[in-house]
Ligand binder design. Structure first.
Ligand code: BGP
Length: 472
């Protein structure tokens, strides 16, 4: 393994920060995404959050209060030996309504202190600019990314953070899991639909706005500091054909393309031919400005970051058992075991996915999410023996190392998801835990928020110290 490979962990403001009204922060989409049965329809953009009952629980508002605990949390990351840490900024902490001329100094100062704390321990900050996050005021006024007007507002936000942190942050990721807009449009991008509205054209237009915004952010980043490295982010996981029947194989090619399509634009700088044809068939006419194509072409990303939780599987006849998984459900793969939440466990799929991405793009890859959501129990002696999580991570790290050492995939680093327990994006639960560090809080929001290292904490520390050699 290369010596400068970055080991660390990942979180995002929307799922761990809390402090939703602290120091002038404005409301954001995460603050109105509920726990419980209404969560999915709200995230899909088919239920209006304003119609939710008064006693609704919004788990993102407090989350694990990293806002109030960051020094303690970063000290624990440092104890594990983190060399980098991926986290996101809350846009509305810096521009409360998204439209202020000047940034909220208290918000910027919070992130400055946060970053200084990381740098104190020589932990490289990896910043996601937008992780399922947008000021609610922009949702209300413009319909979020439906509107082109959000592009310059996003760039104001980028300018404020690029300038403020130009000497402290090198790695930036524009939009987390940009393809999430296609699956959970409100959570991914603040998009809500009118009853009966045709969704696809809205999603593609909004995606186009995000793509232009991302490219312009790359341009701005390079102007402000040519040493910046800016990446895109894909919810990855190769799609397998259920059988070698060509119709299944073709189905898997199409499904993979649905996911690749947005980062194809970010990495190669143009809409791929298959996407143009697909839009034509669907009767989608993107509204573009004259220089959009040039902007996309000239400002491609430096690296590709990805989340990988599971592979997917499709069969053309749509029959058979279904299985869960990050982003969308697929056909049940009979060769794979599943997590407690029904997500297939497929370490070899990580090697396959990394190879597919590297073959396609030949740009450095960065695994910025990977992990096992599982229920943890505190034993009588106060310990948490999460051997299942160690097994999952070990096998995936092994697969990643094979991709690097045996296949020659160029990789920047590895940051497992939810290195400290946090709120699940899809379910809103606390009990779906990913962390090396346990946080005392339950699904109803009760608990002391106390942090407790799990067995995996010491294990991962060894992994980092040995640069991936000691996985036992
Ligand atoms: C990805 C998101 C993360 C994270 C992760 C795990 O889609 O980028 O924000 O939540 O999935 O998903 P979940 O929390 O639903 O288990």
């Amino acid at each position: 393994m290369r010596k400068d490979f970055l080991w660390g962990g990942a979180t995002a403001a929307n799922q761990c920060e809390g402090g939703w009204q602290a120091d002038g922060r404005g409301p954001a989409i995460v603050d109105v995404i509920p726990h419980g049965k209404n969560r999915m329809p709200v995230m899909q953009g088919i239920m209006d959050y304003k119609k939710l009952p008064e006693d609704t629980n919004y788990p993102g508002r407090e989350a694990i209060d990293m806002y109030g605990h960051y020094k303690e949390d970063i000290a624990l990351f440092a104890e594990m030996g983190f060399q980098c840490y991926r986290f996101s900024f809350s846009w509305s902490r810096i521009f409360p309504t998204g439209e202020e001329r000047e940034p909220n100094e208290a918000g910027l100062k919070y992130y400055e202190d946060f970053i200084d704390e990381l740098l104190k321990y020589k932990i490289e900050p990896i910043v996601t600019i937008c992780h399922f996050d947008i000021p609610l005021a922009l949702v209300e006024k413009y319909g979020s990314w439906r509107s082109r007007e959000v592009i310059p507002l996003f760039l104001n936000y980028c300018r404020a953070i690029f300038e403020r942190f130009k000497d402290k942050v090198r790695y930036w990721i524009t939009f987390n899991e940009i393809n999430m807009l296609m699956h959970l449009p409100f959570m991914g991008a603040g998009i809500r639909f009118e009853k009966g509205e045709k969704q696809l054209p809205v999603q593609y237009q909004a995606a186009h706005h995000e793509l232009v915004a991302s490219a312009l952010a790359v341009k701005l980043a390079r102007e402000i500091n040519p040493d910046f490295r800016v990446g895109c982010m894909l919810a990855a996981g190769s799609v397998y054909p259920y059988s070698c029947n060509p119709v299944d194989v073709w189905e898997s090619v199409k499904k993979d393309r649905e996911n690749y399509f947005l980062i194809d634009v970010q990495v190669r700088g143009e809409y791929p031919a298959y996407a143009k044809k697909m839009m034509e068939r669907e009767g989608i006419h993107l509204e573009m400005h004259e220089d959009d194509e040039k902007v996309l072409k000239e400002n491609t990303v430096d690296f590709i970051s990805l989340s990988y939780y599971n592979s997917r599987c499709v069969r053309a006849d749509g029959q058979g058992e279904a299985s869960g998984g990050n982003v969308f459900a697929s056909a049940k793969n009979p060769y794979l075991e599943c997590s407690q939440w029904g997500w297939p466990i497929d370490p070899m799929g990580l090697r396959i996915t990394l190879n597919a991405l590297y073959d396609r793009y030949q740009k450095p890859l960065f695994i910025v999410e990977n992990g096992l959501g599982a229920v943890d129990k505190i034993e009588e002696n106060g310990e948490i023996s999460d051997d299942y999580r160690i097994d999952y991570l070990r096998s995936h790290i092994q697969a990643m190392i094979e991709a690097i050492e045996e296949d020659g995939v160029d990789m920047i680093g590895y940051t497992p998801w939810g290195c400290i327990d946090l709120i699940s994006a899809t379910t809103g639960e606390m009990s779906k835990r990913y962390g090396f560090i346990y946080v005392d809080k339950d699904d109803e929001g009760n608990g002391s928020l106390k942090r407790i290292p799990k067995k995996s904490f010491a294990w991962y520390k060894k992994v980092i110290a040995s640069n991936g050699e000691d996985l036992e």
